[in-house]
Design a protein around this ligand. Sequence first.
Ligand SMILES: *Cc1c(COP(=O)(O)O)cnc(C)c1O
Length: 403
Amino acid sequence: MKPLAVNPETEKKLFFHNYARLPIAVTHGEGVWLVGDDGTRYLDMIAGIGVNALGYGDRRLVEAISTQAAKLIHASNLFMMQPQFELAEKLLALSGLSKVFFANSGTEAIEAAIKMARKWAGRLGDTNKNEVLSLSNCFHGRTYGAMSLTAKPKYSGGFEPLLTGTGMIAFNDITDLEEKVSEKTAAVFIEVIQGEGGIHKISQPFIDRLKELREQYNFLIVADEIQAGCGRSGKFFSYSLLQADPDMVCLAKPLGGGLPLSAVIGNEKVADVLEYGNHGTTFGGNPVACAAGIAMIQAIEEDKLTEHAEEIGRFMHEELQKLAEKHPQILEIRQYGLMIGITVDKEAKGYVVKALQKQLLINATSINVIRLLPPLVISREEAQLCITLLDEILTEERAEKNG
Ligand SMILES: *Cc1c(COP(=O)(O)O)cnc(C)c1O
């Protein structure tokens, strides 16, 4: 039998049309290089949407996964399992918080946090205290609760009715913050650095006011660290950049070293909010994913990858600034560790296609933002190569326009 052709035509036949996939099939990877089925090597500045912090083929990760897979792949949360315990202990030590819940994806961590926030607020005795707020331009996920917090037509259009008791505060707008929060507020969900929104950081005054209002109205601050967490921002948790002091933290994307794993970590306030049977998931905290998570965090610590992200990020910022001076297509550069957003004067999609032709993988978000989320292990030379290729693309584009 002929092997199935992995190409855009077959893709159209087999799948629902919810993904705009790049027209390449990939088979393996090495470091920051992703390899196509024809042997083409791509410099990967997307890293599985911020998942592959250690790049591809990290020996420690592969070994941890194989060893655990040979022992026990799944048993369910009817049992206690060593890898879950170890990873939980590690996350509590890193955050200084009190309790952990494991799930499988970012959106599930957000759902769990919404449920815990409402249960926590309900127990204070006011039945109206159930409002869950988020910030404009945010992204928290695709399931109903998370999507309702991410209420933008692009994500939620056609799926109404959404969850009630949600609301949105204008990003970094202190006046709007003061208007929106009240006694009815159970929780405010924040991304300290908005990822899908185009790499925008919350301001220090906004966070400071949010913390004051938390004192006044008694609500929870939930930090969505799904994209910015685990070292990418130059800190293990991006909330440390602003001393946001969250009550709950959601982690996912890189947490399982590429396997599906997410976590909600909470402080003393919410430590007892869940009772037996209130919440759960069959796969959550899968032992193989947790073993990968332990290896991933150990590698981040061993290789000092948070510091490395900070250093390489700063280098890329300087080099991109030089490109911006040369190329008027670049309007703005925002960089926090290895989360980089480049605002351009047109739809960013065109650059994704041009970059692909140069074996460079970049991502477009928020229409006119090029987003770079390279593996944290990227070297200075590889970062420089990315800059050189972007320079070529921007130069060629101007030559075409003028020619
Ligand atoms: C990706 C992402 C999510 C959703 O995670 P999934 O694993 O895709 O469900 C939520 N919040 C942020 C900030 C993200 O980047």
